[in-house]
Design a protein around this ligand. Structure first.
Ligand SMILES: Cc1cc2nc3c(=O)[nH]c(=O)nc-3n(C[C@H](O)[C@H](O)[C@H](O)COP(=O)(O)O)c2cc1C
Length: 114
């Protein structure tokens, strides 16, 4: 989780919907706060593994999802912006763990403090 958030775009000059289907899925950084909140609330409600995604483009983004309760993370839209983003996320999580002396990535899962 999460999938895209449904959006709409209207061409004000033609007074027409930009998308043939009227609505379309929004992905990328704009939906990240919504995704982190939903991962957190779901992790609080049920004890099942969650793959977190929605706007992840950096290690900092990915760590947010892990702290919120995701067991794994995925990168979608940001691959189109930076094809190296997934590698940068992996390497950046390792750097974050070294910085804070964290031995196992599983120690990050749900570790956000109130
Ligand atoms: C080009 C593109 C195609 C997608 N296709 C699917 C799909 O076929 N099925 C699906 O459940 N989600 C699909 N998604 C949603 C992604 O799996 C993901 O949940 C969403 O884009 C949020 O993550 P992101 O911001 O990292 O892209 C697609 C997203 C993009 C950008």
């Amino acid at each position: 989780m999460i999938n895209t958030i449904t959006g709409m775009k209207i061409d004000i000059h033609r007074k027409k919907f930009v998308l043939a289907n009227k609505t379309g899925g929004m992905s990328g950084p704009a939906i990240k706060p919504i995704a982190v909140r939903m991962v957190y609330q779901t992790a609080q409600a049920v004890k099942i593994p969650i793959i977190g995604m929605g706007g992840i483009g950096s290690a900092e983004d990915a760590v947010e999802f892990l702290l919120a309760g995701a067991s794994a993370v995925a990168v979608g839209a940001m691959n189109f912006v930076n094809p190296y983003s997934t590698i940068e996320v992996v390497e950046g999580i390792e750097a974050y763990m070294e910085q804070y002396g964290i031995e196992k990535v599983t120690d990050l899962i749900g570790a956000v403090e109130a």
